[in-house]
Write a protein that binds this ligand. Structure first.
Ligand SMILES: [Zn+2]
Length: 230
């Protein structure tokens, strides 16, 4: 099992939080691949933790549908679920288009400045070969939009789908052009600044096409990682 301990335990971090953080990162970065068996005892040994916090972290990841626990048959990394990702995209597009109506009417100079700052950071991250930091800044851009419109808990609800988008992205990193995504963000912000909702919506739809993977291509390329069609 290629399990990577990316970072040491942080001060003030509980054993469960640490196990959760490391396991989740392994799953999102595909060090632990979909369908792979998880042995609680091995994880405990590697992280130098007792089994209880590891079990609790696994239960949390199960609730996020990133792992599956089968009584008697053991635990494994969840297979990718194309239907779940499609539904996440549907929710995201529906809600984010409505959000832009609000953003175009009521954005303040401070909120615009926060988005500008995020775009500068994205530009910096886009130059790095490891796109993970760029994707985090991308997610942050959208979170700022929701928060600025007073809809931060709506973003939390959509956040359920983000790790599932990330796993698909990691399968086909070469499909992504960070400059293209950055350009989408700039167009969206320019349209918000101009109060031009129609143009902002157009660029958001384009952006979701750019950011979401082609499910058919992924399933053809990596059939063993996906839930087979019923
Ligand atoms: Zn984005």
């Amino acid at each position: 099992m290629p399990f990577v301990i990316y970072l040491e335990r942080m001060e003030q971090e509980s054993a469960k939080q640490y196990a959760y953080r490391i396991l989740r990162r392994n799953i999102l970065l595909l060090d632990m691949v979909p369908g792979e068996a998880i042995v609680e005892k091995d994880i405990s040994t590697k992280l130098k933790l007792s089994r209880t916090p590891v079990r609790e972290a696994l239960l949390d990841l199960c609730r996020e549908r990133l792992i599956e626990i089968y009584p008697q048959r053991g635990t494994r990394v969840a297979l990718m679920d194309a239907r779940l990702v499609d539904q996440g995209r549907f929710l995201r597009e529906t809600v984010e288009l409505a959000l832009l109506e609000l953003a175009c009417k009521s954005f303040t100079q401070e909120q615009i400045a926060e988005l500008e700052k995020n775009l500068d950071e994205q530009e910096h991250e886009a130059k790095k070969p490891d796109l993970i930091s760029f994707f985090l800044k991308d997610n942050e851009f959208h979170r700022i939009l929701f928060t600025a419109c007073g809809k931060e808990t709506v973003f939390d609800a959509i956040g359920f789908y983000f790790p599932h988008f990330t796993r698909e992205r990691m399968l086909r990193l070469q499909m992504f052009n960070p400059d293209e995504l950055l350009c989408d963000h700039r167009h969206i912000l320019d349209a918000i600044k101009a109060g031009d909702c129609r143009t902002a919506k157009y660029h958001l739809s384009e952006h979701l096409d750019h950011v979401m993977c082609d499910q058919k291509l992924l399933k053809e390329g990596f059939p063993e990682y996906f839930i087979p069609k019923p």
